[in-house]
Design a protein around this ligand. Structure first.
Ligand SMILES: O=c1[nH]c(=O)c2[nH]c(=O)[nH]c2[nH]1
Length: 286
């Protein structure tokens, strides 16, 4: 009896690629999760630790970003074929290169503004006490992104600060908001849609120097347009998009190729309120 190595493959899973194509002021956005799995004569590394035939998975990740920059990205099949053929051409010992792509859809809101495709969730919580009724409505999972018109600089710097200042970055968030109504009668459907449209419009139209400023603009737009709403609480995750350093490959990156970060993320929270409304029920604060 012998114990032998069976079928195997290796690669980089879940490389998060966001590619912005800047055609003048009209930007196009591609959002992929890319998987690479290579197979071939890889017995040596498994059996003896000899890595002389192993292309690092880190290199595969870099290749995803470099080819995205050089060739642009359109259809997932086209990009997957480009990558797989690249690895087969450059790595002679491979017998197969498998590239998988998940493509996330974004609907256009403006020249550089997008909303992630798919439904957001409408929420409500009502509280009835002996004295009063409070209706709270909300939305979660409304994902918005601007490919430009966002800066972040002038912030505090201490000995642990490494974040570079930027005058052009992606700003993206998944809106988690709830708002309390002044009364217990309204056209709830219209009110909800109006609030969502106001937040979306404010996100799209605010030239942002911080997500905090955008939060204030979103809350203000809701209260200005919806007299039935007393107060709104927003929790906005800052869905970071990191510019990929392509300089080791002799490529520039003028805000075109990004890593979509997962965690950790900034979380910007705030309440925007009218100063003349009755106080909320205690449940509002929980
Ligand atoms: O809009 C931002 N607000 C912050 O407070 C912050 N902090 C950070 O690292 N990036 C950002 N962006």
């Amino acid at each position: 009896m012998a114990i032998v190595l069976g079928p195997n493959r290796y690669g980089k899973a879940e490389t998060r690629l966001v590619r912005v194509h800047r055609d003048g002021d009209m930007h196009r956005l591609v959002d992929f999760t890319v998987g690479v799995a290579l197979a071939g004569d890889l017995a040596a590394t498994h059996l003896t630790g000899d890595n002389s035939g192993v292309l690092p998975t880190d290199t595969m990740k870099n290749t995803v970003y470099a080819l995205a920059k050089q060739h642009g990205v359109d259809e997932p099949e086209t990009f997957a074929l480009l990558l797989a053929r690249h690895f087969m051409k450059t790595q002679g010992r491979l017998t197969s290169a498998r590239v998988s792509v998940e493509s996330f859809g974004w609907d256009r809101l403006g020249p550089h503004s997008f909303r992630r495709r798919g439904e957001h969730t409408r929420t409500t919580a009502v509280t009835v006490t002996r004295e009063a009724t409070q209706v709270v409505s909300g939305v979660t999972g409304l994902v918005l992104l601007n490919t430009t018109a966002s800066e972040f600089h002038g912030f505090v710097k201490d000995r642990y600060t490494t974040l570079p200042e930027t005058t052009d970055r992606i700003l993206a968030t998944a809106v988690d908001a709830r708002w309390r109504h002044l009364g217990d009668e309204a056209d709830w459907g219209r009110s909800f849609q109006g609030a969502v449209d106001a937040m979306t419009g404010a996100f799209v139209n605010t030239y942002s120097y911080s997500l905090q400023q955008t939060l204030m603009a979103m809350g203000t737009m809701v209260l200005a347009g919806r007299p039935e709403i007393a107060e709104i609480r927003l929790a906005l995750p800052n869905k970071h998009h990191y510019l990929v350093d392509l300089s080791p490959f002799g490529l520039d990156n003028d805000n075109e190729v990004f890593i979509a970060g997962d965690r950790p993320y900034g979380l910007i929270e705030g309440t925007v309120t009218r100063d003349d409304v009755p106080p909320a029920d205690a449940q509002w604060y929980l």
